[in-house]
Write a protein that binds this ligand. Structure first.
Ligand code: FAD
Length: 321
């Protein structure tokens, strides 16, 4: 059956996040030939509609309101619920991002519906749309279908291939006014803590450091390697706890879950809580001076050696390619 599927397009620093294009690709499958509708929330967003359409949205809804200038749970929840009431979509897909994780359970509660969170793939099998999501910290996967009600899911960044951009694609734009009131929180200021501009959860390459980097200075060679690879720098909790870096860089069970094309773990032992956040990376390289380190059991390539020798050598080699 054809469905109308809504996709929340997230905006960061004036640009649509890649995960939203991935969500459109997932929504196309759920829609089964029906309409995929991008949803843009913000103070001024109409200039972004074209890009959503070029990436596969059939129509875009804009909701322009000064209360939506930056994300707050209250304002987004009110706006999204009003759009859903008005549009009555049969599906709704968001990125499994900080925003998606925060707002989607609240929407599910308001709509009295279920939610498939953190899906890593969406496939059409006969009449069913099958979502796959990791469980037990990534040690197993479960497959889910929605039997009744709205098909509501969040998708993990970097797992679903976005559609190719088609510059000639056209589509309609609808503007909806919402009534946002009784806000309990307002954002006064946003303090950026990440060192590079690349978002860890969307980075294609991550160079990560653990307690083996020894101190904050020890992250420098890792940052240089990340720079030549166009990647971001992450960390284990061991490194964060030791105050070598900020907690915003932590990857793992209680940090960020990442799925880059390439994950380079430097001086990280491979504790299960760290592995939970990176084991689905497409290629894992481990650099550790202990040949018995557990990280080698999940690595595709292992280098036994001192990271302070290996990492600069890798950087030089890659620079010379
Ligand atoms: P270590 O285990 O101390 O390993 C350091 C490694 O560096 C060693 O293998 C050593 O051989 C190697 N090394 C040392 N010097 C060098 C060198 N010069 N060159 C190369 N290698 C070198 N951890 C996370 O990462 N993320 C989480 O989200 C997380 N959540 C947790 C939640 C809970 C509830 C608990 C209990 C723990 C959690 N942890 C998490 C902590 C986790 O259990 C480990 O303690 C932590 O991952 C260890 O960090 P590490 O690998 O950097 O340090």
């Amino acid at each position: 059956m054809e469905k109308k599927v809504l996709v929340l397009a997230e905006i960061r620093e004036g640009e649509i996040r890649n995960v939203s294009f991935e969500a459109i690709a997932a929504a196309k499958k759920v829609a089964n030939g029906g309409e995929v509708v991008g949803l843009l929330l913000g103070e001024r967003v109409s200039h972004l509609t074209k890009e959503l359409i070029q990436h596969g949205a059939d129509r875009v809804i804009t909701v322009e309101d000064r209360n939506l200038n930056v994300y707050t749970t209250d304002a987004y929840l009110q706006a999204i619920i009003q759009v859903i009431d008005y549009e009555k979509p049969e599906g709704f897909i968001l990125g499994h991002t900080a925003i998606g994780k925060d707002v989607s359970p609240r929407i599910a509660a308001k709509l009295k519906t279920g939610l498939i969170s953190d899906a890593v793939s969406v496939e059409v099998v006969g009449e069913e749309v099958l979502f796959t999501r990791p469980i037990y910290s990534g040690k197993a996967f479960e497959k889910k279908i929605v039997q009744e009600g709205i098909v509501f899911a969040t998708i993990r960044p970097n797992n679903i291939q976005p559609l190719d951009k088609e510059p000639s694609r056209t589509g309609h734009v609808t503007s909806i006014a919402v009534d946002i009131k009784d806000l309990r929180t307002i954002v006064k200021d946003i303090v950026r803590k990440t060192t590079s501009g690349i978002d860890l959860s969307e980075a294609k390459v991550i160079v990560s450091g653990g307690r083996g980097v020894k101190n904050a200075e020890g992250f420098k060679p890792l940052q240089e390697l990340a720079n030549v690879l166009g990647g971001a720098v992450g960390a284990s909790r061991g490194a964060c706890d030791a105050d070598y870096c900020d907690y915003s860089m932590q990857i793992g069970q209680t940090g960020k879950v990442v799925t880059p094309d390439l994950y380079i773990a430097c001086g990280i032992s491979g504790a299960i809580q760290h592995v939970a956040g990176m084991s689905n990376s497409k290629v894992i390289i481990a650099i550790n001076k202990d040949p018995e380190a557990p990280i080698f059991s999940i690595a595709d390539y292992g280098i036994v050696g001192d990271l302070f020798e290996v990492v600069p050598m890798l950087t030089e080699e890659i620079k010379n390619l």
